[in-house]
Design a protein around this ligand. Structure first.
Ligand code: SAH
Length: 221
């Protein structure tokens, strides 16, 4: 991708991005690290060209296959909640989708492992991450309700699709020493949960009501 394309013009320009970041700060996002990363990251390359001029609105956008790239506020909120207790070494993301959240995480933690169940989405995400020269994100096509056992334990796990209840596999793959899971849960009424593990004890906090696509099982090639 040409450099100019990454920088953006008009509705994808620096000024438009700054406006979004100011708005996120007004909505209560406090982490300067998260805001800085989102200010620099070109969200417009994670959607189809026809939607690029809407990339810096604070809305979810379609990415095909009935899936959506989350609203920037939610991306920021979840990332901030995951990192609230200090830096993390390795993080698992369930639901690579466009790769936008993966790219945000990759700039804030050492290693990101991201699983996606829809192959065409994963392939596009891989291309985008490569264009951005992001090398610490590892992608896998699989059903993320199982987590990624061989890479566990994770200091953080973030799910960007909502299961009916928290999969026990994800709890098991959290680091015993303060591992953090941020996950939307529920069918019609979903809540964003933060679960923190200490040994075999799990504390749970409800962050806010949310609306995510469902976490589904199986792989689509
Ligand atoms: N983080 C993404 C959000 C994409 S929407 C982004 O920034 O664009 C949620 C994604 O979760 C979809 O791509 C969907 O296919 C995926 N998903 C749903 N259930 C899944 C599962 N069991 N395992 C892996 N990915 C899943």
């Amino acid at each position: 991708m040409r450099d100019a394309e990454l920088k953006g013009i008009g509705m994808t320009s620096r000024r438009t991005r700054d406006r979004l970041i100011n708005r996120l700060a007004q909505q209560g996002i406090e982490s300067a690290d998260v805001l800085d990363v989102m200010r620099e990251l070109p969200r417009h390359i994670f959607v189809d060209e026809a939607l690029a001029q809407r990339a810096y609105e604070d809305t979810a956008l379609p990415i095909g296959h009935n899936q959506t790239l989350s609203q920037p506020y939610i991306v920021a909120r979840m990332t901030e909640a995951l990192l609230a207790d200090g830096p993390l070494n390795s993080v698992l993301e369930v639901g690579t989708g466009s790769g936008y959240q993966t790219a945000v995480l990759a700039q804030l933690v050492n290693k990101v492992y991201s699983v996606e169940r829809i192959k065409p989405l994963q392939e596009k995400a891989r291309v985008r991450l490569r264009r951005l020269a992001i090398r610490n994100a590892h992608l896998k096509l699989s059903d993320g309700t199982m987590g990624w056992p061989v890479m566990a334990p994770f200091d953080g796990i973030m799910a960007t699709a909502a299961p009916g209840k928290v999969p026990v596999e994800l709890l098991e793959q959290l680091s015993e020493d303060g591992g953090r899971l941020v996950i939307p849960v529920g069918d019609h009424h979903q809540e964003l949960l933060l679960v923190v593990r200490h040994g075999q004890a799990f504390s749970q906090e409800v962050l806010e009501p949310v609306r995510f696509v469902p976490m589904l099982s199986g792989v689509v090639r």
